[in-house]
Ligand binder design. Sequence first.
Ligand code: ATP
Ligand code: MG
Length: 374
Amino acid sequence: MTVRVGVIGGGQLARMMIAPAVELGIDLRVLAEEEGMSAQLAATAVGDYRDLETVRAFAKDVDVVTFDHEHVPQEVLRALVAEGVQVHPGPDALQFAQDKLVMRARLTELGVPQPDWAAVRDIDELQRFIDDHGGGAVVKTPRGGYDGKGVRVVHTGAEVADWFTGLADGDALLVEELVSFTRELAQQVARRPSGDIVTYPVVETVQRDGVCAEVIAPAPDAGARLTAMAEQIGRTIAEGVGVTGMLAVELFETDDQRILVNELAMRPHNSGHWSQDGAVTGQFEQHLRAVADLPLGHTGARSPWTVMVNILGGPADGGLEGRFAQAMVEHPEAKIHTYGKAPRPGRKVGHVNVTGDDLDDVVYVARAAAAHFL
Ligand SMILES: Nc1ncnc2c1ncn2[C@@H]1O[C@H](COP(=O)(O)OP(=O)(O)OP(=O)(O)O)[C@@H](O)[C@H]1O
Ligand SMILES: [Mg+2]
């Protein structure tokens, strides 16, 4: 029988599930926020994901519900689960990707290495943390942040006075030590409801202005020790929070050879886009397999190196379409992925994957191909 998977959210992550769903014979349905979203092709409904009636009506015609983003409220998810709907990842797991304070507390319980952190309710509490941590820290809004929005490096508590003013009673901000990392990594994991787990090669991610710009798979110079540590952290978290589907663990590597967890995403993630063209099983296919409780696919790389370069912003003079022909002529080996989104400064509108044997060549081609769209 055809499995019907319902994705809440119509962004590029839902869009990139469409092709693998077709291949697997999965009937993919999307609840989009509005008309004209990235995943329009599979959108069977348009509505507010915060409204229980809307989500309930969408869930009625699918076998399993999953997500393009982490913002569906806990009350909505718990109501669905109580009514017998299969939701993957479920609300018990998803809470750790929805709220960074809840995540930090759980990772502490799990004994996973992470930056020093605290929940702070006012400027004085924050200032004490800053003073205890060398005069600098990173403050984060626990909920709703993305692409570096909701993250500020501060040296005095007063620098986030506006965030404290906006806090509801009883709420707090997350403060973390300012980690002087040598680079950022990401570990992808997939877990089925039945418990099977697979892990991907650990990758290096490069952020610019708080936004993912490039990914190199596998992470260069990742020795056996680093690879094993990242994999172990990924498995510990996936099992410890009971995630189902794809999990991305963002990591910092420090100059004293430690790795610390930055944050979690429970869905396909930008750091895993390389796997579409660089791994035996891409993360979008893997997510569908996992949430539908099908056997998981092999996660090995198809090629020594894969580099992913994001297309950020897009051409100032219109859509990406006008740039295609030239990019294709000059870089036939580049795999170009577009999201059907209008260009806007800093916006993720597509990405390019390139694979090959020589890392310098692969980086060069991926950057050159992506640059056609700027
Ligand atoms: N404690 C820290 N120390 C140093 N740098 C940090 C710290 N926390 C975050 N950063 C930097 O800020 C970036 C964004 O932080 P974070 O991943 O928490 O935010 P986000 O907006 O939720 O991210 P995303 O774009 O992944 O949704 C990180 O990738 C890292 O470069
Ligand atoms: Mg992040």
